[in-house]
Write a protein that binds this ligand. Structure first.
Ligand SMILES: Cc1ncc(C[n+]2csc(CCOP(=O)(O)OP(=O)(O)O)c2C)c(N)n1
Ligand SMILES: [Mg+2]
Length: 568
């Protein structure tokens, strides 16, 4: 069988719901084989979009993501998306076309040999679990199987295979038995010692709080975790992207923690005597840099599949359990937890949302987004772009139903991810409706993705928060640089497009929301449609986030950061 047909057969056998990529001389054979086999392929207008879309597709389909890109700049254009997949632990297979082996610079003291050639494997190695240039055509089946197994096993993450051109049309042996769906391989360690300590800590705690991280979703343990917490009358908080595990309104769920999280949920963490972190290592964006004083009254337990991560926690830990979370949950699922009291802690939940329009004449993005998301159907994916207001509003104001997903490349928090992530999530076919929230500045960073959204007629409401440029950065310039808004405002050398004109250029329907009193009417008008809509939200140029970490002003003019207990 042709080498690239083996690749296509393996991608199909692994139930990849869509491949994202962009053409080039070094990948035409791969795309041809995929198309021949009717594997869904979306051709994006930038390789960075292909990478973001494939990671989002993996998150939304709970399966393997896949990108195909050409040699040289095609490959390097994926790096930010690759970094996102690496840091968010998303299993993605990246395939790059390469020049012929004889024209590769690898191992030679030169910068380039072949046309548009780069030794991509050395570039991506630090951001992948496995990266290899194929060096014999016949090894393709075993290499691709190995790469997929590594991507899915342990703490998931991206893998990369680089495919020299001359192999791509070679005929290779094909064994249908070897071309199959690869299952992750995770050990089931003996945890008897750890379990005793876990049970003692749990028993001694008056008000244990479970912190649900993205590992709960990656290990497909949502139901086990939910059932355990509900049946034992326990309470949890979630990290940003784990927010869809419970309804926002569910009494067992006390909200989203972290710097762009909610005030009440953060207060919960500071008032418990035990934190049980499931699939979260409590990264700095969740704790702030004040790690020594984070949740000082609480003993801390971390259950994580990644041993290296457990050995490099930012916080002091009382118990580390190195295991696959679904295995751990099976071990504890029949335990009965008694005598817990959440009377005081439950009162903090009401601090999670405050609706107070900052300026009457324009729209408060928090009131808008809370209302819009509360009107959505169950099968909605909420895509939160990584820049500025979108990030804060998306997490602080979303009203979520259980099993809705919040898609966000939260670890990299990169501007301009949202549109591509919308495309990736849509192609999972798991969501009927999509909402994307994105800043005006971030939208311009990857505006080419509107062409794909328009061509594919994706049923998404793209909520563009217009505050005339980069508000998040203006806040910093205001505080530290005497209001000199270089590069963050149209009067300071940062132009912003007219979104109504842009929508027209991409043949997408456009609405504007200009005042709070229209929120209900416009929200109902844009939801539930079977085509894309750009909804421009006109917000004040100085709209503050609903909650922020606070700083204490010192007499000498310096600021001291306060812990998230005092977020407001
Ligand atoms: C790729 C990338 N470059 C730079 C930044 C730094 N950054 C964070 S927020 C922001 C401004 C985002 O502007 P916009 O999308 O309009 O959101 P706003 O802050 O105005 O709400 C910038 C430049 C980033 N997060 N990602
Ligand atoms: Mg902006």
């Amino acid at each position: 069988m042709k080498f690239t047909d083996v690749i296509a057969e393996t991608i199909k056998a692994n139930e990849v719901s869509c491949v994202f990529g962009l053409q080039g001389g070094a990948v035409v054979h791969i795309f041809d084989s995929l198309e021949k086999l009717n594997v869904p392929v979306v051709y994006t207008h930038h390789e960075s979009s292909a990478a973001f879309a494939s990671a989002s597709n993996s998150k939304s389909s709970k399966g393997l993501g896949c990108s195909v890109v050409t040699t040289g700049p095609g490959a390097t254009n994926t790096i930010t998306g690759l970094l996102g997949a690496w840091q968010d632990s998303i299993p993605c297979l990246f395939l790059s076309g390469q020049v012929r082996s004889a024209h590769m610079s690898y191992g030679r003291p030169v910068r380039q040999v072949g046309a548009q050639e780069v030794n991509i494997v050395d570039v991506v190695k630090p951001l992948t679990k496995y990266a290899k240039t194929i060096s014999s055509a016949d090894s393709i089946q075993s290499e691709i199987n190995k790469a997929i197994r590594i991507a899915l096993s342990g703490r998931p993450g991206p893998v990369w295979l680089d495919l020299p051109l001359e192999y791509q049309w070679t005929d290779v042996n094909f064994d249908p038995k070897k071309c199959r769906k690869i299952a992750p391989k995770n050990p089931k360690p003996n945890l008897s010692k750890e379990m005793i300590k876990f049970l003692l800590l749990l028993e001694a705690s008056k008000n244990p709080i479970f912190v649900l991280g993205y590992g709960v979703i990656l290990s497909k343990s949502e139901t086990l975790v939910r059932d355990f917490i509900i049946s034992n009358g326990l309470r949890c908080v979630t990290t940003w992207t784990a927010a869809g595990i419970f309804d926002s309104e569910n009494k067992h769920n006390l909200g989203i923690i972290g710097m762009s999280g909610q005030a009440g949920a953060n207060k919960v963490v500071f008032n418990t005597d035990l934190l049980i972190c499931l699939g979260s290592h409590l990264s700095i964006p969740h704790t702030t840099t004040l790690v020594e004083s984070y949740a000082p009254k609480a003993k801390k337990i971390f259950i994580n599949i990644d041993k290296d991560q457990l050995n490099n926690l930012n916080l002091d830990s009382d118990l580390n359990i190195n295991a696959d979370l679904s295995y751990f949950m099976h071990l504890i699922k029949d335990i009965e937890v008694i005598n817990k009291n959440y009377k005081k802690i439950d009162t903090f939940k009401k601090l999670n949302y405050k609706s107070k329009p900052a300026k009457k004449e324009l729209v408060d993005p928090n009131i808008f987004f809370n209302r819009l998301t509360s009107l959505t159907t169950k099968k909605t994916a909420i895509v939160v772009d990584g820049g500025g207001t979108a990030l804060y509003t998306g997490f602080q104001s979303s009203s979520l139903d259980q099993d809705q997903v919040i898609i966000c490349s939260s670890a990299i928090s990169s501007m301009g991810t949202g549109l591509a992530e919308t495309i990736g999530s849509y192609m999972s076919k798991n969501f009927k409706d999509l909402i994307c929230i994105i800043g005006d500045g971030s939208m311009l960073m990857n505006i080419q993705d509107l062409q794909s959204i328009s061509d594919m007629n994706i049923p998404v409401v793209i909520c563009v928060v217009n505050n005339n440029g980069y508000l998040a950065i203006r806040h910093t310039q205001q505080g530290f640089l005497d209001n000199k808004y270089y590069g963050t405002h149209p009067e300071w050398k940062l132009g912003i497009v007219n979104f109504k004109d842009a929508a027209k250029a991409f043949k997408i329907k456009y609405f504007a929301l200009e005042k709070n009193s229209d929120i209900d009417y416009i929200s109902k008008k844009v939801l539930g449609k079977n085509y894309p809509i750009i909804l421009e939200i006109k917000t004040p140029e100085d709209q503050p986030a609903m909650f922020k970490q606070r700083y204490k002003k010192n007499k000498d003019g310096t600021n001291t950061p306060l812990s998230l207990e005092f977020m407001e």
